[in-house]
Ligand binder design. Sequence first.
Ligand code: AMO
Length: 442
Amino acid sequence: MTERTLIKDLAAASDGPISVSGWVETVRDQKKVQFVVLRDESGAVQLVHPRNFNEDKTPADDPIADIISGLAQGTFLTATGELKHDERVKLGGVEIKLDALTIAAEAIPETPIAEDSSGDKRMDWRFLDLRVPKNALVFKIQTTFLHALRTYWVEHDFIEIHTPKLMASASESKAELFEVDYFEGKAYLAQSPQFFKQMAQPAGFGKIFEVGPAFRADPSFTSRHATEFTSVDTEFSWIDSHEDVMKLHEELLVAGFQAVKDKHGDEIKALWDVEITVPTVPFPRVPLAEAKRIVAERGYEVPRADDDMDPEGERQIAAWAQDTYGHEFVFLTDYASSIRPFYHMRHEGDSSVTNSYDLIFNGVEISTGAQREHRIDVLIEQAKEKGLDPEELDFYLDFFRYGVPPHGGFGMGLSRVLMLMLHLPNIREATYLFRGPTRLLP
Ligand code: AMO
């Protein structure tokens, strides 16, 4: 592999011979001198080429000038030349005076997308869209965020697992299930690692995490739903209640946000005009029934016959948390059993309420967490009550027949966190390649 210097490292490099590789962002082809702005994954630099002239001032043989004159935006090339620091150069205070240009791959001159192209068009050409630094930054932030979470988990003795994505049955609602042919029978794409992350508890793993794909056959076109998303999951034993899960959740988010702020805070401010706030702990916690009262007092009646919160209610309670605590996060706790899955533990003494929560960040749900029911007889009763056939769940119920300690955990949508952290208008912007009801390509 040829040695290349990353463009971000040029400022600290000494003047002298250098080689960089990237794609052409702009070309300024002037009479006496040519300029090319070359970008790589780390930054952009100006390449300079003073044209060659004969003594009588007629243009001389000049192969580099010929290449530059024919350069299309987007062409990938390697440039070698002399690095020179010059504080007058706006772009990074350095430039490279060219000795040679080697084209690796030419691009078609017409670019199919522009800054003002529609979201759909941009997604059609996602690989070009991601060349825009602010769009690529989203995925650098995602890397830093996940790295911080992973570091936290590893330092606290969590074990990483990878559960199968081909399943024999649903783990969440049957309505959102993708069915696939599986040899002589059928399989389903995992909606969540729920059952198999819980299996790590009877397996004696104690504390686990998983970052992996989840699939939901949700036909809705909202700014926060995808049919495939990356789910960040954790599950751990020996908890007293969902309060322990919320504590872990907070600590993980603080670690993630701190790392993002430290590494990318300035760039996020410059490119997205967003100030990253590292949340303080504890995050506000509000039981759902109280949240509805608060929202009603603010003039919004949640129009749901069941006991759930709707998206506007979530926005309102987030506004309340911001006004009251100056906090971007709020835990809504104690959801009614009627709207929670059978595996959520219910309050001791009041089985109408669960030991569960949703985490709202900047007005949108990013996560669901709960203490799980680990007592087999109660679990079977709760499954039956939800109209589920215990026989279909036998593989799951078996875990509990051999003993499972008290445990809980949460699942969090990675792209939703990124979307809300950067105030992006749509989950597509925070997803490398979005999947929705009408999008399977690219
Ligand atoms: P839930 O169904 O609430 O809980 O999902 C957890 C989190 O996953 C994200 N999410 C989605 N993101 C994008 N598109 C979707 N269609 C989508 N659906 C869900 C959200 C959501 O908060 N098993 C439980 C978690 C648990 O209890 O551990 C579960 O899946 O951010």
